[in-house]
Design a protein around this ligand. Structure first.
Ligand code: AMP
Length: 268
């Protein structure tokens, strides 16, 4: 009987010791959970983002043209971003280095449609590398497929053409958000998201057009989150043709380019 009691007491003490050990070792356990969340690459859909160079340039921080030359008067690709329905998005997922050699076949198209405007680096490759490492590595696509899918989406829809057909021109005039959205819905079959920024005088201007794409990186879908610029009317800035005083073509001409590109643009 005494022996039984001794065995039971020993078992009880072992159980308590193991609980205590777990309690004191709980910190590393929590850390690994949170780092798992940080690298959580789950997403629900893609946002395909294009921007109007005239609006990128006409800001306090200004712009610089890439070494590959001044982009034409067309919307340019900003990125293909995995997004979640709750408004969050994964970033920097897989550790796959950007390799420009994989883009050889589409290099001309890449330079034409996906040019940097940043004054931090005038290299398009730096921009693509940033987009790949922040967004592309979470897409579940290979690098080749990620960029190819983006180019295909870009070439399928002529955003500036659709606006022009609706009488909406980059002529510094103001246009209603409703008319812009409706012109784009006509070609996309779904409503776009419209993102505005502000020029140095505080005017709202049409900056980005974003549309939502299923996880196959090809089928357009209705955006789970409706989002639009907060104004009723926005300016569509001049760009191309006559040189604009808001654009510069070399880093040595960046007198208007104050601030840094790290300043994230607020979406208005
Ligand atoms: P993201 O983090 O995907 O929003 O990309 C924005 C970053 O890419 C900024 O930090 C910019 O420095 C850089 N970048 C380079 N060119 C452009 C561009 N044409 N439009 C937006 N961002 C650009």
């Amino acid at each position: 009987m005494e022996l039984k009691l001794l065995v039971l007491a020993a078992l009880f003490l072992t159980a308590i010791a193991s609980e205590a050990a777990q309690f004191f070792s709980s910190k590393p356990c929590r850390r690994s959970q949170s780092s798992h969340r940080k690298n959580d690459s789950r997403f629900d859909y893609f946002l395909f983002v294009q921007q109007w160079p005239g609006s990128y340039c006409d800001t306090k921080k200004g712009c610089c043209f890439p070494e590959s030359g001044e982009p034409g008067p067309a919307f340019g690709i900003h990125g293909l971003w995995p997004n979640r329905n709750d408004g969050t998005y994964p970033r920097k997922c897989e550790n796959v280095q950007f390799n420009p050699n994989e883009l050889e076949e589409v290099m001309d198209n890449m330079h034409k449609s996906w040019g940097t405007l940043s004054c931090n680096s005038r290299s398009n490759e730096d921009f693509w590398k940033h987009e790949w490492s922040k967004h592309g590595t979470c897409s579940g696509l290979t690098q080749g497929r990620y960029f190819q899918a983006s180019l295909e989406l870009y070439n399928r829809f002529d955003i500036a053409g659709a606006l022009r057909d609706a009488g909406i021109l980059p002529d510094d005039q103001h246009y209603s958000i409703v008319s812009i959205a409706s012109a784009l819905t006509n070609i996309l079959g779904h409503s776009p998201q419209i993102v505005c920024n502000q020029d140095p005088r505080g005017n709202l201007q049409l900056h980005e057009v974003r549309f939502c794409v299923a996880k196959d990186a090809s089928t357009l879908i209705e955006c789970p989150v409706r989002s639009s610029c907060r104004g009723l009317m926005v300016q569509f800035p001049l760009y191309g043709g006559v040189p604009s005083r808001h654009t510069v073509s070399t880093l040595s001409q960046t007198s208007h380019a104050v601030g840094t590109d790290d300043t994230s643009e607020s979406e208005l």
